[in-house]
Write a protein that binds this ligand. Structure first.
Ligand code: GLA
Length: 401
């Protein structure tokens, strides 16, 4: 596994998350377990030319054109929509070179607009939930739209996933991709401040999909940007991900109440089905009698990641599918990752390959600040003020074992 990530400064770092010495020790174990696992792995190198093309994908009901950009390094091929700066397809080879799309999605805009549970979306302003859609900042209380039980989810009813972003091709000697920009007006979805977000997705020759987030505001606000790609490394529509192996660099997680809002506790994973510090099948304990698995209908939890290196980047996760050998490794500057096992997929619609998606047919690794942080002073802050620049980087590295 390559740790050779671009060095980036994050203005908003993880902050104090109060891990115990025991948790830190467990983390070190995880780091060595991860490197020994990866020594037998091959990430491969894309030997082809870096290429990008653009086509019209569709039109919104308001008549706005939506484009699809497809970029490749010859080995991995990514398609992205200007609708929601959405990862529509990720095609990667298995250990014998056979390529499949490993990301859930649709082949038409209507389904994205009407059905999508955030398939591949760039999520904002605030990834995951804010309790009762309320938070207080600098003495003023803000009310967001309620769109998930009693809470506000993923930026409200019309979040960044449902906006058409401006796109610009970026190309260097070693990477190709697209910079997406969206300017959210002051007060949109109840959030204060005009927020200008720029998210650059680039694929490099080492099969790394880098996602660089950048945002500035003209009033104090809160934000939590992420991407909500759903993976099935056996190929989208190929069935359950129970047999996928997952390893998380996470000594703790944030338990939730019945509406999936964190209780505020930072709970060690030791001795629970949430301990993925050693590689474990996702399905191995998902049906255990654990109250948090009942509330989540499976895994739908924020994991507290191990500390970052000097460059601000931490290893978050590694997952692979034993039959095909396809793997994905996640590095991030974010302090948390939401592990979601597609618990709300119910087979009621078909995806891009014509197969319906059912509960447990995919998993998400949404790198993020913790859910409902504006209401939990003990969580790393999600406040952004005028004059500050929000920067965050997540890298998905595609390979095989
Ligand atoms: C996140 C949430 C889940 C679910 C999905 C979208 O992962 O934590 O509860 O809402 O988004 O379907």
């Amino acid at each position: 596994m390559s740790d050779n990530l671009p060095r980036r400064q994050v203005l908003r770092t993880a902050g104090a998350i109060g891990l115990s010495a025991a948790a830190a020790g467990a983390l070190q174990q995880t780091a060595s377990a991860t490197s020994s696992t990866s020594s037998s792995a091959s990430e491969g190198i894309g030997h082809g030319r870096l290429e990008i093309s653009k086509k019209v994908f569709g039109r919104t009901p308001a008549g706005e054109q939506v484009d699809v950009y497809t970029f490749t390094n010859g080995r991995v091929t990514i398609s992205m929509l200007t609708w929601g700066a959405t990862l529509q397809r990720i095609e990667t080879p298995d250990r014998r070179g056979r390529k499949k799309n490993i990301s859930l999605g649709f082949d038409n805009l209507e389904d994205y607009a009407a059905l999508s549970p955030y398939f591949g979306s760039t999520v904002g302003r605030y990834g995951n939930r804010i309790a009762k859609g309320q938070f207080t900042l600098d003495g003023k209380t803000y009310q967001l739209p309620i769109n998930n039980g009693p809470n506000s989810l993923h930026g409200g009813t019309i979040g960044f996933d449902k906006k058409v972003w401006q796109a610009k091709v970026v190309r260097t000697d070693t990477a190709i991709g697209v910079t997406f920009t969206y300017v959210s007006p002051d007060g949109e979805m109840g959030y204060p401040g005009k927020l200008t977000s720029t998210v650059t997705y680039t694929l490099d020759k080492a099969n790394r999909l880098n996602i660089d987030y950048h945002a500035v505001t003209d009033k104090a606000t809160v934000l939590n940007l992420t991407n909500h790609v759903y993976f099935n490394l056996g190929g989208e529509g190929s069935g359950s991900i129970d047999d996928h192996i997952l390893q998380l660099n996470a000594p703790a997680y944030t338990p939730v109440d019945a509406t999936l809002i964190p209780t505020g506790q930072i709970a060690p994973v030791t001795g629970t089905p949430f301990d993925f510090r050693r590689p474990t099948a996702i399905g191995a304990r998902i049906r255990d009698d654990h109250p948090q698995l009942v509330i989540g209908r499976g895994y739908d939890h924020n994991f507290v990641l191990g500390e970052a290196g000097k460059d601000g980047v931490r290893l978050a996760a590694r997952a692979w599918e034993p039959d095909s050998g396809r793997s994905v490794t996640v590095h991030t500057t974010e302090p948390g990752v939401q592990v979601y096992t597609g618990n709300f997929l119910d087979g009621s619609f078909q995806g891009i390959g014509g197969k319906s998606y059912r509960q447990g047919d995919a998993f998400c690794l949404e790198t993020q600040h913790f859910p409902d942080s504006p209401n939990h002073p003990n969580f790393p802050s999600t406040v952004l003020r005028p004059g500050q620049t929000f920067r965050s980087t997540t890298t998905f590295t595609f390979g095989t074992i």
